[in-house]
Design a binder for this molecule. Structure first.
Ligand code: FAD
Length: 402
């Protein structure tokens, strides 16, 4: 009925099975604010990291949609685990597999299959939504590029080995556009010139977020990720790869909501007040009905976006943006409603409901805010540019007047 193949149902069942272990450690991962290394090893052994890496590089050669099926299962139980599966299948690894040299693909595939969740470094203190205003520079000196700048809110900072750093490429004193630079942490310490400071965050506390300073970090030319069209088209092409990660983030939001809803459904059947199960009160049963409707709607959009990705390509921009706006805002509503069903018990840190609420909050912010994604949707449905800078608006007005 869901249009899944036998192999896809099997993949989902395997993920559901391992997600029981993820559920068992989720509260402790949150409390200790520790990256869940034991779960990472279990997920790597079971083949959930690097699923989308082509077989020739040692992966399973599965589709983005297949990955989405597994991500939802892990996210229902442990959203940190879900995010690890996202970033070990989409985002930076997707960009390297699409645009990298054979040497880069070998390096990235080996790292991810051994359990690395790569980091992607775009955001800077003064360049958030306006990402193209980034200041980090990569200056070419012979066969080496030297990176200087400050990145912030980098997921996995301090635990990731592979870093995809977005920076302005400067060659012969001239700026050529935005490129991707691969920086690898070899041992326990960050690579020379890189320093990491953790940012305490509201939710997903097992996943470090960090400020990363780059001071003269050397990158050999062989580690520059050059999409077709080179640096002038670099940002756009790298962001196409990021679309995959957007669908992954939407899936984590979906899984979180589905997990919270299941807990709410169970509690509504168990808990009695006024001599009846609270599920009998229409005020509450309609809340559960709305949650179920919203989750199904989000899943339909997430699946559509994931299925829009071709074998080597990335998901459709419009479908990915629509799915992420819907799923991220839905997850905030549904997790809060689920906590409400639990009453005071939902507010206790002895129960998982408050964690679901905290964990759900980031998806309308990270990876393009819900506002910025609405701008993208508007551009695509209107079929016109909607510049956000004042200069951009003036330039467009002048062009249209001419
Ligand atoms: P700002 O851009 O300062 O925006 C502030 C507010 O203004 C927002 O509500 C925004 O929607 C609104 N706004 C801004 N411009 C417009 C506009 N044109 N129209 C309408 N509203 C607008 N970045 C990375 O590079 N790598 C990561 O791994 C990563 N992980 C993250 C993980 C988490 C948990 C979080 C919270 C963030 C992460 N980010 C990461 C950063 C994230 O991508 C940025 O936070 C996001 O792009 C928004 O930038 P900002 O926070 O600076 O907000």
């Amino acid at each position: 009925a869901e249009g899944l193949s036998a192999a896809q149902r099997h993949l989902r069942d395997r993920a559901r099975e391992l997600a029981r272990e993820a559920a068992a450690q989720a509260a402790e991962t949150d409390r200790a604010e520790q990256y869940p290394w034991p779960m990472v090893r279990r997920m790597a052994e079971a083949g959930f990291l690097g699923m989308t890496i082509p077989r020739e590089w040692g992966g399973a050669g599965l589709s983005y949609f297949d990955a989405v099926l597994a991500i939802e299962e892990f996210s229902r139980a442990c959203a940190v685990c879900g995010r690890i599966v996202v970033e070990a299948n989409m985002g930076a690894i997707g960009a390297v597999m699409a645009y990298g040299t054979p040497e880069q693909k070998r390096l990235a595939a080996d790292l991810v299959l051994a359990g690395d969740k790569p980091a992607i470094l775009i955001t800077e203190p003064e360049a958030g939504s306006a990402a193209t205003e980034m200041r980090t520079r990569a200056v070419r000196r012979g066969d080496t590029w030297v990176l200087d700048g400050d990145k912030t809110w980098i997921t996995g900072g301090g635990v990731s080995r592979l870093h995809l750093v977005f920076a302005r490429a400067v060659e012969d004193g001239e700026e050529k556009g935005i490129g991707g630079f691969l920086v690898v942490r070899e041992g326990d310490a960050p690579p020379p010139g890189m320093s990491v400071r953790r940012i305490p965050s509201m939710g997903l506390r097992g996943m470090p977020e960090a400020e990363i300073a780059l001071r003269g970090v050397a990158v050999p030319d062989a580690m520059v990720l050059r999409p077709p069209g080179g640096f002038p088209r670099g940002f756009g092409r790298l962001m196409d790869a990021y679309n995959g990660q957007r669908v992954g983030a939407a899936t984590v939001a979906l899984g979180l909501a589905a997990g919270a809803y299941e807990h709410a459904l169970g509690y509504a059947r168990r808990r009695r007040q006024f001599g009846r199960p609270i599920a009998e009160f229409q005020g509450l049963s309609w809340m559960l009905a709305d949650m179920a409707i919203e989750i199904e709607a989000a899943r339909a959009m997430v699946w559509r976006a994931a299925r829009s990705a071709g074998p080597a390509g990335f998901p459709d921009r419009l479908a990915a943006a629509q799915a992420k706006v819907l799923a991220s805002e839905m997850a905030i509503r549904v997790t809060n409603a689920a906590l409400q069903v639990w009453g005071a018990a939902g507010y206790s840190r002895d129960n998982p409901m408050e964690r679901y609420v905290r964990d759900a909050r980031m998806f309308a912010i990270a990876g393009g805010t819900a506002q910025v994604l609405r701008n993208q949707v508007a551009e695509l449905i209107l079929g016109r540019k909607l510049p956000q800078t004042r200069e951009g608006v003036l330039r467009l007005a002048a062009e249209e007047a001419a």
